[in-house]
Design a protein. Structure first.
Length: 251
């Protein structure tokens, strides 16, 4: 059975799946530190609250903060800018007002904005004996991939959706646990993002999921198809010889 869902407690704590905002918080905090260093401002606990306030405001406005700057009015600006050719999108927070909110409250605000599933108080989904048997029949690689996704998914979301997310990721080219960069919730979507940029897959956790057995069978069929493809490519390379195609014909 999945472990009980833990409510978001502190964006600074990476220790459990109930705190999925930690990675984005860490990146934003790093940018705050860069801004402070450039202005001769000492970093400290106040920096963490500024970063948390920016993260919440960015989530509210749909921005992913890539840079932080100090505005002429003393406001701290979080900028989304993926290219030097793109006009930046900006959110601003008052660094003094940011100190009046507790870090736990920032974590709760961020989670509520990101996905209702991150703050939902619900019992963990049950894993039936049949589901456990089917999951145990997965290949070692797929078991590791399933477990990697499961650990970052809220516990009230059942194994059927986790298996579906695993299959969708494999179909998108993320076919190994080591190729998973992040697993995250956004609204009702469960996203699996790969370490290769652009490789990602989403699963709607509100839609009825197929039974685990059916999804596992599809995953096994996909594995078999890829194994056959690899074997065929290997055979073709062997037939072509060390010179490859277009090599000299030895008579």
């Amino acid at each position: 059975m999945p472990a009980p869902t833990q409510a978001a407690t502190d964006l600074r704590d990476p220790g459990h799946p109930g705190n999925p905002g930690h990675a984005e918080f860490s990146k934003t905090l790093r940018e705050v530190h860069y801004m402070e260093a450039g202005r001769g401002i000492a970093s400290g606990p106040h920096s963490e609250k500024v970063a948390a306030a920016l993260l919440v405001q960015g989530e509210r406005d749909g921005l992913r903060i890539t840079n932080v700057a100090m505005g002429p009015d003393g406001q701290v600006q979080g900028l989304q800018r993926f290219s030097a050719f793109d006009p930046p999108k900006t959110v601003s927070v008052d660094p003094r007002q940011a100190q009046s909110v507790e870090m736990q409250d920032y974590a709760s605000q961020w989670a509520q904005l990101r996905s209702p599933h991150l703050v939902r108080q619900a019992a963990p989904a049950e894993r039936t004996p049949e589901q456990a048997q089917v999951i145990a029949a997965l290949s070692a690689s797929d078991q590791a991939m399933f477990a990697r996704i499961r650990q970052d998914v809220p516990a009230h979301i059942g194994d059927a959706h986790v298996a579906q997310a695993m299959l969708a990721a494999k179909q998108a080219g993320i076919d190994d646990a080591g190729k998973i960069d992040r697993v995250l919730m956004a609204g009702d979507a469960l996203w699996v993002a790969g370490t290769t940029p652009g490789f990602r897959a989403s699963t709607d956790v509100v839609q009825q999921a197929a039974p685990v057995q059916e999804t596992v069978q599809q995953a096994q069929a996909l594995n078999q198809q890829r194994e056959q493809q690899v074997a065929l490519e290997t055979q073709q390379r062997q037939q072509e010889g060390p010179g490859g195609r277009g090599g000299p014909v030895m008579g």
